[in-house]
Ligand binder design. Sequence first.
Ligand SMILES: Nc1nc2c(c(=O)[nH]1)N(C=O)[C@@H](CNc1ccc(C(=O)N[C@@H](CCC(=O)O)C(=O)O)cc1)CN2
Ligand SMILES: Nc1ncnc2c1ncn2[C@@H]1O[C@H](COP(=O)(O)OP(=O)(O)OP(=O)(O)O)[C@@H](O)[C@H]1O
Length: 189
Amino acid sequence: MSASTRLTRPALRAQLLAARERFAASAEVSAATEAIARELRQVIDRLEPECLGLYWAMRSEFNAASLWIDDKGDTTFPLALPFARREARQMHYRLWDGQAPRLKDECGIATSDGAEVVPDVVLVPCVGFTASGYRLGYGGGYFDRWLAAHPHVTAVGVAWSVGLVADADFTPEPHDQPLACVVTERGVA
Ligand SMILES: Nc1nc2c(c(=O)[nH]1)N(C=O)[C@@H](CNc1ccc(C(=O)N[C@@H](CCC(=O)O)C(=O)O)cc1)CN2
Ligand SMILES: Nc1ncnc2c1ncn2[C@@H]1O[C@H](COP(=O)(O)OP(=O)(O)OP(=O)(O)O)[C@@H](O)[C@H]1O
């Protein structure tokens, strides 16, 4: 796509969300779920987090927290889930014991009632991503704000490969926080 036909962020977001819904409803998603889980485990093993920030899926995201739910004690580091506040458009992480969440945050996403923590590695769900690690989310700016306030945290994007956007089709803005890498069912980009 040439610069003159580049989509606005809302239009690109809508297009990517539609493609993701189609992918999640396709026969491919089951093998892709196994593959992304395998890739993510490898990346996390290599990063050796002291505390890992996950997320509970909304819409057709891969559910990163499902990898650790009812973890049978192999995980040596604490886990945490985001708690998003709607009005302030801010989020923080809360320790999570790996049990099925009973609480929802102000955005209606399953979360934890544990103590507030700052993970050193976080998994960041993407609606879209570029090869250079820029991310498009739902447009709330929650992760950008949290990452700007915690610049030493390693941010690992998580997306289905249908979320890949050519660098030429995405103009990063000053507030966009680049990810260390993006994990998809096709590997690590
Ligand atoms: N799983 C997950 N958790 C996350 C994010 C994310 O992208 N994925 N966020 C990344 O920023 C923050 C929350 N961002 C949100 C952005 C938009 C809406 C939203 O549009 N909500 C709709 C209802 C959604 C639905 O139920 O399908 C609404 O309020 O009308 C919700 C949360 C923090 N937690
Ligand atoms: N560090 C920040 N401080 C203040 N506002 C910010 C910051 N980062 C992002 N924003 C604001 O948040 C809004 C949404 O940004 P953007 O479109 O990049 O969201 P997104 O990354 O898609 O959303 P999300 O992280 O919630 O999935 C923008 O209007 C932007 O100005």
